[in-house]
Design a protein around this ligand. Structure first.
Ligand code: HEM
Length: 141
């Protein structure tokens, strides 16, 4: 029973985390295209609130509930799909922090990258999400 509650909150937290992982790089696309000071200030505010207010707490909660699930059922750690999933989670945490570094660069007015770069960068979490969902649901190995 506790296991199912933890799983429910694990899923709620990861949906919130991914909302940010998809939307923040999208804001970077628009931010990189803008040139006036008013837009810059507004994008900086939106990016900061999204990163600190949603993405960071949602990431922590996803990890806490995920680790809780593993503590209740440690036998998942003997399965190959879980090892791959955890490796992809490390990639995702790295992506999250790269987003944080990019956000600060925008804030300092030092962004050099084009909107095309951020469009491609935006696709990375899509691929990771597809891979993780297939791994945890199909459990192929
Ligand atoms: C430290 C990080 C994480 C740990 C330790 C962890 C661990 C777990 C565990 C033990 C389960 C239960 C598996 C089952 O009962 O079949 C689970 C379910 C799930 N996890 Fe994670 N997880 C983590 C991060 C993530 C992330 C980042 C995602 C998002 C891409 C994710 C997506 C899912 C999904 C979709 C399920 C539901 C599977 C099902 O109901 O069949 N997890 N997780």
């Amino acid at each position: 029973m506790l296991y199912l509650w933890l799983k429910a909150f694990h899923l709620i937290a990861l949906v919130c985390w991914f909302a940010g992982l998809f939307y923040l790089p999208r804001l970077f696309v628009y931010h990189a295209q803008s040139s006036d000071a008013v837009s810059h200030e507004r994008f900086c505010l939106m990016e900061r609130k999204l990163y600190r207010g949603i993405m960071l707490p949602a990431m922590i909660l996803t990890l806490v509930f995920g680790i809780g699930l593993l503590l209740i059922n440690p036998s998942w750690m003997t399965q190959g799909w879980m090892h791959t999933k955890l490796a992809l989670v490390v990639v995702l945490i790295g992506y999250h922090h790269v987003c944080g570094a990019m956000r600060k660069r925008f804030e300092r007015g030092e962004n050099k990258r084009s909107h095309v770069f951020y469009r491609w960068f935006n696709e990375v979490p899509v691929l990771v999400l597809i891979a993780i969902v297939i791994l945890v649901v199909v459990k192929p190995y």
